[in-house]
Design a protein around this ligand. Structure first.
Ligand code: WT7
Length: 650
């Protein structure tokens, strides 16, 4: 392993930073290590607004944690109401840019309060109560955040489904949660086309009786079907509430338990069935807002832009809850990074004077390919900090980001975390920790990772192993919805007492973490998590498919791409046509982002004698184009040579 370059924080940055210098970081880390309960307890007291202060910091009955027991709190109050009296009333909370030219809105904290309470009243008027579940399937418009915060205000558990998911995927989530209500829009804009969300909701709801209402926000104005008695326009729901004495303003925030469920977010695991990750209130708010101050060095006048979709955890934590809890101004953008041209990101940075910019390595690589003329055409001088998330960032992309976008002035924070961790776990605190391109660097205070072998024993420096985390942290997932056993088994059983991340990593002699990718059947395509089984089960639903095995193959832009090996049932096929049909089929079953890049038809799949598909071999074929590993347990070795040979022909 060659010596990697190190970028210490500049004096100019460090001297003004919230956490300045390595000593400050080390002191904080040591203090948290010495007494994690006290460390987090003190922060919870000083950073969050409580109706009733907690009695205990942590109750730990592994793997189930309760943080800040006895405390009464409301996430919406912390993200909105309290900023009306802390000097931020007239400060913009959300600067929104729609995809179509000229579409923009600026929403102050006071206006956000108005929007949220009005919509919360509409939810009450529709009969929703604390602990009910609501699905939100919306484009990236302010009302998406408004809907989340209105739920949080009432103690209703929201589950945002990314607008890129298909009707099928939406339906599965609605069912698993036994949701009462779906909040959607007629559509949203993406790359100049309308994403027809309401039509997908109609398809998803066919035959589902437990969904009583669908609230529809008018975004695109296109024609949609409104089902009588079930569907109601957002503005009509608000008007109905406003004319009923019981549901007029002010809608007081519910005084909820610190552990009250805030949301469920589905993510892919190792099986075909996505897991409903449950996050609760106080610990999640604390850690997401603390990371705004530590990792993003948030200051009062910053303009913070996280380019993720709110449908993923990154958007939950770093567009909505973290920044708003910390009283920041966020930029929110509806559409695609390359529409109408490759400089859309940079024109938004310039227009809104963005100071902190947070995006994915896939977006960076895609923009590198278009050349420097796009960023160079814009004034990016307001930027002072850059972030990366979702997948490993290769050093070349890191360097480009640092030089061409940050002009060698802005630290780059590579942030490692997961849907399950709720907030950033490993990342450089930019005024303190020197950065090394490609490394997420050091854990945040209160986070105690390790790299271990299969027996759970720590491995030596620079050796590859499993990344685990000792000790609970406030924003950790509390369980999998309706499946605490799976929670225990998936995350807390491999290494007893520790959290198993599913990632491989190595730690260098400076204690820096280098994330190497997943060790399970989870793929990472453009920073979007996808399970091999999910794509396989979509494929085998197709009438022509007998069997399917899916693996990730390396991809220059998206990090990984989906590659499917498919065997067909007997019949005559036009394979070119079928290949395209199957790709579309997967897009329809899961979502466009899951569409396989490549489909290879084969006579048979390599299996062990017990009938398990040997994905390791297939992975090797698509990665190295040959097979070297142990194949003595293969049922039919000829299958492997045929597959390898097929590649030679390609
Ligand atoms: C998986 C989690 C974190 C929010 C977005 C993704 C990979 C995430 C990094 C990083 C290398 C990373 C891991 C992780 N990952 N951030 N900075 N460097 N890998 O959340 O969908 O739950 O995916 O994304 O493999 O396990 P997610």
């Amino acid at each position: 392993m060659s010596e990697s370059k190190t970028y210490p924080p500049s004096h100019a940055f460090a001297s003004r930073a919230n956490v300045s210098g390595m000593e400050a970081y080390r002191e904080m880390y040591a203090r948290a290590r010495h007494d994690p309960g006290r460390f987090w307890g003190d922060l919870a007291h000083s950073e969050l607004s409580w109706f009733t202060q907690p009695l205990k910091t942590l109750e730990w009955d592994p793997p189930f944690a309760k943080w800040f027991s006895g405390g009464r709190i409301n996430a919406c109050y912390n993200c909105v109401d309290r900023h009306l009296t802390d000097g931020r009333k007239a400060k913009p909370a959300i600067l929104w840019e729609g995809e179509p030219a000229g579409d923009q809105r600026s929403i102050t904290y006071e206006e956000l309060h108005h929007l949220v309470t009005r919509f919360a009243n509409a939810l009450r008027h529709l009969g929703l109560r604390v602990n009910d579940r609501v699905i939100i399937y919306m484009p990236m418009i302010p009302e998406l955040a408004v809907a989340m915060l209105a739920c949080a205000r009432l103690g209703i558990i929201h589950s945002v489904v990314f607008g890129g998911f298909s009707a099928e995927a939406l339906r599965a989530r609605i069912q698993d949660l036994d949701a009462r209500l779906v909040i959607t829009a007629d559509g949203g804009w993406r790359r100049g086309k309308e994403v027809r969300l309401k039509a997908a909701v109609d398809e998803a709801l066919e035959g589902l009786a437990h969904v009583r209402n669908v609230v529809v926000y008018r975004r695109t104005g296109s024609a949609i079907d409104m089902k009588n008695g079930r569907d109601i326009w957002w503005h009509d729901a608000e008007a109905a509430a406003a004319s009923t004495p019981a549901t007029t303003d002010p809608c007081e925030p519910a005084k909820l338990d610190a552990e009250h469920p805030l949301y469920v977010l589905y993510t892919s695991g190792t099986t075909g069935k996505p897991k409903g990750i449950l996050h609760t209130t106080a610990g999640y708010l604390l850690q997401t807002s603390m990371s705004m101050k530590w990792v993003f060095d948030l200051k009062e006048d910053d303009i913070f832009w996280c380019t993720a979709d709110i449908g993923w955890v990154t958007g939950h934590s770093y567009i909505v809850y973290g920044p708003l809890c910390a009283g920041a101004t966020v930029v929110m953008y509806e559409g695609a990074p390359d529409y109408p041209a490759y400089d859309r990101f940079w024109s938004i940075v310039e227009k809104y004077r963005v100071t902190i910019f947070y995006t994915s390595p896939t977006a960076i690589r895609a923009l590198i390919r278009q050349g420097n003329k796009w960023p160079e055409a814009h004034n990016l001088s307001t930027l002072r900090l850059l972030g990366s998330v979702g997948e490993p960032i290769n050093p070349a992309a890191w360097e480009w980001y640092y030089k061409v976008i940050g002009k060698e002035r802005c630290p780059v924070v590579d942030t490692w975390w997961q849907t399950e961790t709720g907030a950033i776990m490993i990342a450089p605190i930019p005024g303190a920790v020197p950065q090394k391109p490609g490394s997420a660097t050091l854990p945040l205070p209160g986070i105690f990772p390790d790299v271990v072998d299969a027996r759970g024993e720590p491995v030596e420096d620079n050796k590859e192993g499993y990344l685990i985390i000792h000790w609970p942290w406030p924003s950790m997932a509390r369980t999998i919805w309706k499946d605490p056993e799976r929670f225990k088994e998936q995350y807390w059983s491999r290494v007893p007492g520790a959290y198993f991340t599913g990632d491989a990593a190595r730690r260098d002699s400076d204690g820096y973490y280098w994330i190497l990718g997943r060790v399970d059947d989870v793929m990472n395509v453009s920073g979007h998590r996808l399970s091999t089984m999910e794509v396989e089960s979509a494929l085998v639903h197709h009438p022509a498919v007998a069997e399917a095995a899916v693996v990730a193959k390396p991809h220059e832009i998206t990090g990984q791409a989906v590659c499917a090996f498919v065997t067909l049932k007997k019949g005559d096929y036009n394979t070119e046509q079928l290949r395209e049909e199957l790709r579309q089929w997967v897009a329809h079953e899961i979502g466009a982002f899951a569409r396989p890049e490549e489909i290879r038809f084969t006579e048979a799949l390599p299996k062990t004698r017990s009938g398990k598909i040997m994905r390791r071999l297939l992975r090797e074929i698509v990665t190295t184009h040959s097979v070297t590993g142990d194949i003595t347990t293969l049922e039919d070795m000829s299958v492997v040579s045929a597959l390898a040979a097929q590649h030679e022909e390609d």
